[in-house]
Write a protein that binds this ligand. Sequence first.
Ligand code: FAD
Length: 356
Amino acid sequence: MSEAKTDKPIKKRKIKLDEELLAYKGVWVFVESERGHVHPVSWELMGQGRRLADQLGVELCGVVMGAPGPDLEAQCRAAFAYGADRCYRIASPVLAEYRNVPFTRALTDLVNAHKPEILLLGATTLGRDLAGSVATTLKTGLTADCTELAIDPEDRCLLSTRPTFGGSLLCTIVTLNYRPQMATVRHRVMPMPDPQPERTGLIVDFEAGLIETDIVTKVLEFIPDDQRDKPQLPYAEIVVSGGKGLGKAENFKHVWDLAKVLGGEVGASRAAIHAGWISADRQVGQTGKTVRPALYIAAGISGAIQHRVGMEGADCIIAINNDPNAPIFDFAHYAIVGDCNQVLPALGRTFAGYLA
Ligand code: FAD
């Protein structure tokens, strides 16, 4: 693998793919599902996979795995609607619950049988676990937590871009001499495509030959995570975030108040979290959540790259900062230069009057 900063053109690289590796064709997206519920990152990746496949002039395929039943068929149909041309379906009772060993075995066998050139997975807890073991089993390159995927028009290689050196740089990683080229992407980094229900495709069943007694890990009980009181930041349409510029913990009240008026979620910079003003599950950024709301209001946030990568996909960014040279103004759509502890309540009153 080679690594290069994105601000410099990538220098000449030599690809030494032998005949066998040249046979790898097509873009695959692993469709992650748990208890019949497909993780939305799979459809976001399907949208991106479609663009990559079109550029390469190859098929886009979904990989659907789980217990036999109508859920898998429905997932294949959904994959077609989101852009897949074909779905590989692996149905086995052994795959009813996620366990690393059978999923790795089934996916690596499928890859070895049908040879995709690109394999994409969500950077979820499950996706990270599976991608790592599949890549090491296949002895190929995996770029984790990508923020951008593209094709090099010269040599058809996947260019996987991700933050590096603590988020201060972006690097583009290329898997030159191994196939498939693997990448994981966090949810909300790629836009969600519009489904086209009229699209259809081909379902190809794959027999993975899994036997329950070969698998040493057993699922004894499933305890669902109670999401009721948890912030739903990644899918919020409006996010109001506060940073260190709020000055003290009590001032975070202005952020909560405005979010309440707008019906949005509350986010924060890491500095505000480190100050103990708000819980860590509300952090937006590289080491927090990625958000893609219609409206993102950043109050007293400088706009460091580590924060930016988590929110720059917002349709509209309003930044409030008392420093007219704050970096956040370089990419915000609207800039309010002023004290956020005055501007936030004023915005709250304005919106409350407007929405009343
Ligand atoms: P500061 O940098 O202190 O900025 C405060 C801003 O408020 C300034 O621009 C100032 O002008 C303004 N201000 C001050 N007073 C007022 C006022 N009264 N009214 C209006 N504006 C005012 N950060 C994240 O946010 N998310 C991450 O996921 C994340 N991950 C990281 C990962 C790594 C490996 C590292 C090294 C860092 C990470 N960081 C992350 C930290 C990041 O580099 C910044 O330090 C952090 O985002 C700064 O937060 P801030 O903008 O709230 O604070």
